[in-house]
Design a protein around this ligand. Sequence first.
Ligand SMILES: Nc1nc2c(ncn2[C@@H]2O[C@H](COP(=O)(O)OP(=O)(O)OP(=O)(O)O)[C@@H](O)[C@H]2O)c(=O)[nH]1
Length: 539
Amino acid sequence: MFRLLCKKLNNPRLSRKASSAPDNAPKASDNETWLRKLKQEHQEALPRSSLIGSGKIVSSRSSDLLTVPYEVVSTPPKTPYINVKSPLSNFITLSHLQTKTQRTSHAKEFVDVRILKCRSGSGGNGAVSFFRDAGRSIGPPDGGDGGDGGSVYIQAIEGLNSLAKLRTTYSAFDGESGAAKQLDGARGKDVLISVPVGTVVKWCMNPAEVRNAVNSYKNTDNLPLRRVLENHRVGLHCTGRFEMDQKPTHIQLFRDSYEAGKGWLFKGKDEAYHDDKDWFQELNEKVKVYDVETSQSELKGDRFPLYGLDLDKPTPTPLCLLKGGKGGLGNMHFLTNIIRNPRFAKIGRSGLEQYFMFELKSLADLGLVGLPNAGKSTILNRISNAKPRIGHWEFTTTHPSVGTVTLGIDSHSFTVADIPGIIKGASRDKGMGLEFIRHIQRSKGWVIVVSLERHNPLEDLNTLLFELGGIEEVTKKNVLVVCNKADVKSDDPANINKFYQIRDYCRAYQWDVLPVSALKNQNIDLLVRKMAMCAGMAQ
Ligand SMILES: Nc1nc2c(ncn2[C@@H]2O[C@H](COP(=O)(O)OP(=O)(O)OP(=O)(O)O)[C@@H](O)[C@H]2O)c(=O)[nH]1
């Protein structure tokens, strides 16, 4: 028995507060003051109308929404939040809705988007206990508080380059319950998700829920999956700039915790017994204020950026993604001049369970884009340390590779990302679609590679520009157009003419154009210099 007691007191899961007597327990007068203060200070903060949860699929459609990220549907003072609707396609990826057989094999080799379920721990329950010793069979209440639940943290660190090793679920631990002798329960253990620098984290929907909803829409809409996702919307409660333009900035997350005035844990006498007593009703009215205060501070912390969290630099300290629930109060807090034997305590507050989409966006200075077989990988191989796969068949490149180009011993270097070839219809998910575009979205410049070996390279260039979002989108970047395979029939006037057509076209946008032969190493030094300029590294 003695050993058991020692073990309990030394148990790191329980933090020791008391020796043999409840010397630290709040006195009845302390509790009275605390309860009185709650009532006085926060009378106006009593609960407002109960809120429906965020993140519900609302089945109304609107094709206008295809170009805007969200539509504000109601704002304060009508509601406490800026309520928005946004296309479902913003909160899921196509690959997470496809069956295993539909997914392309490259998904196994290179993982640049993951959906993870994250759960923070619930708080431990407060304890109902009374001090006992040889002289007293029942003394003052000494039930300790529950420990807070563990939180989910995220940190971007150098040295990682894929999301493949992430688990599908990250759960922090629940807080321990409080115990007799004023022992507070230990905090639940936190969990840390380490991701590569360049990861963007976005709030997203539960893929299983979306899959079910989408299957039913698909039958009635008879449209391709992407269109179905664009046509249906998700309703979100947001917070943001409430003043002038009511701009939503954060999604409000909600805990499945008890309402103010609920969440009691009874021992000996049940809830009905207590509900009948005026002294309990009176106490509960005051504790309700504490519940509201707790839930309001939860709401303040439980917010996630609407446009995601961009971890484009290493994070020196981990960032909290989901905070754990607060531990419940032990019965020692409910001793008052009237309530001498509180046989009740508070249960711990719930943690949060949410889904997040992790997208790895390369930080390369330049992106190489072109139709399959244009020679992008050969160029990258020629100019950098990267060793991408090269082949004379289409789609040799199945995942992005990044190479570093060094200009000289005392000059800067820049990075170039090669992504799989883009084909006509890629923006409608043909070939490998535009899934890999995220890797060049952050790049300062795009190097568009066309092959002079093709029948109509100018038409190829137009196809690429269209699939990349049109001239307006492309001109947001520095652009360099590279006409590769200039060695093929190099003295044929028809081939030379193909180059001139492209050069004349590019002049209108003041884009630099250069004929090269990656295979024969022709014009490569000049190409590197022009690429450096495109990356903003040289004049
Ligand atoms: N004649 C000639 N052939 C080239 C040149 N550059 C590349 N090739 C060839 O073109 C074929 C395709 O080259 P890749 O570098 O794999 O082309 P890619 O654009 O990366 O192709 P995807 O992986 O399909 O996107 C290979 O057989 C290369 O040897 C060039 O300058 N001249």
